[in-house]
Design a binder for this molecule. Structure first.
Ligand code: KG4
Ligand code: ZN
Length: 339
């Protein structure tokens, strides 16, 4: 170990994934994610079950991360953990675990904002280009849809956000109505490949400025299904590919309109995505065309870094460690943490 090397253990437990990662400076040595399958049969995350699953998963997940990184616990320089936003019970497990381990290892803890981490994940060094400031950050997940002006690592301003449902939530709720499992986002993505995106039309919500809305689309979608099912009970089965492709197009059109508005209004030619929905293959296709047509730089994280993961918590830990932005054992979870 060179004297200058910094080893960070990142811990993520904000929702239903228990994750631990080890970083050597800005490089990821391991990134272990334990998904909680228990929520599938309920069609959504059950907070009480999530915190119990974090409790049983956290020690084995950290052990695997340390083992895969081929380091020992006493090589760690600091532990970074998700302070919020997220589910209180889930956040408590990661926060208290991190504080206890830091106390026993006599190393600092560093608190991390989960939404900032979804953006700063692009500063992991994996040999690819990194975004240059300023840029438009777009976080799209099951819990958030935010447009952020990012001037520096820790200088961020929210330009707009969802007034109701998050885009991932809209994917999941529409998918549930189609009888798809949870989370439905990846399933809609896969099924849509075989469908015609222009077969069924849904209107776009009218929201001024940088804010966005998804709850009207969900209601319109439910009404559309009811109307067609009364005429033909087999409507969903017979049209599943086209229904998925059409609703996916509408959800992504809504997002693209706001991305276009905010990047042009703020003169930003770099757009950086984060959060589970950035794994969507149709969105990636649309963005590729959009960036070519408008000469923009678009950054989309690789799959393991787009959904919830601890490597993103680790990179923020590393950036804060270098800036001496450490916390202490009084640190507590903050379910509604903002910037
Ligand atoms: O960032 P994330 O793992 O957790 C939250 O912080 O919410 O995002 C999960 C969300 C879910 O709503 C899931 O359906 C959605 O991301 N998602 C997708 C895809 N992969 C994950 N949505 C559309 N297409 C995908 N390929
Ligand atoms: Zn997330």
């Amino acid at each position: 170990m060179s004297e200058k090397d910094i080893y960070i253990l990142g811990i993520e437990s904000s929702c239903d994934d228990t994750s631990a990662a080890v970083l050597k400076n800005d490089k990821v040595l391991s990134n272990i994610i334990a998904n909680q399958d228990i929520h599938k049969k309920y069609g959504g995350v059950v907070p009480e079950l999530a915190s119990r699953a974090h409790l049983s998963n956290i020690i084995p997940t950290v052990e695997s991360a340390i083992k895969e990184a081929k380091i020992s616990l006493n090589q760690l320089s600091a532990i970074s953990f998700t302070k919020g936003p997220g589910l209180m019970g889930s956040l408590i497990v990661g926060t208290e675990f991190s504080k206890a381990l830091s106390l026993s290892l006599k190393i600092p803890v560093i608190e991390v904002n989960h939404m900032q981490a979804h953006i700063l994940v692009h500063f992991i060094n994996n040999g690819k280009n990194m975004p240059s400031f300023p840029f438009l950050g777009v976080t799209i997940s099951g819990g958030h849809t935010q447009f952020i002006l990012v001037k520096d690592y820790f200088e961020m301003k929210i330009l707009g956000e969802t007034l109701d449902d998050a885009i991932g939530e809209a994917f999941d709720k529409c998918g549930k109505k189609l009888g798809l499992g949870y989370p439905a986002g990846p399933l809609i993505d896969k099924i849509s490949v075989k469908g015609d995106e222009n077969k069924f039309k849904f209107s776009l919500p009218k929201v001024n400025g940088g804010d966005i809305s998804y709850s009207g689309t969900k209601t319109a979608f439910i009404n559309f299904l009811h109307k067609n099912q009364t005429k033909n009970i087999e409507f969903i089965n017979q049209n599943i590919n086209d229904i998925c492709a059409s609703i996916q197009k509408n959800l992504i059109d809504n997002l693209m309109n706001k991305v276009h508005l905010l990047s042009t209004d703020n003169n930003l030619n770099t757009i950086v995505f984060g959060g589970g929905v950035s794994a969507n293959s149709y969105l990636k296709k649309r963005l590729e065309k959009y960036s070519n047509d408008n000469d923009l730089k678009i950054f989309i994280p690789e799959l393991q870094f787009s959904t919830d993961n601890a490597a993103m918590i680790g990179i923020v830990g590393y950036l804060k460690y270098k800036d001496s932005l450490k916390s202490n054992l009084k640190s507590s979870p903050s379910p509604r943490l903002s910037f």
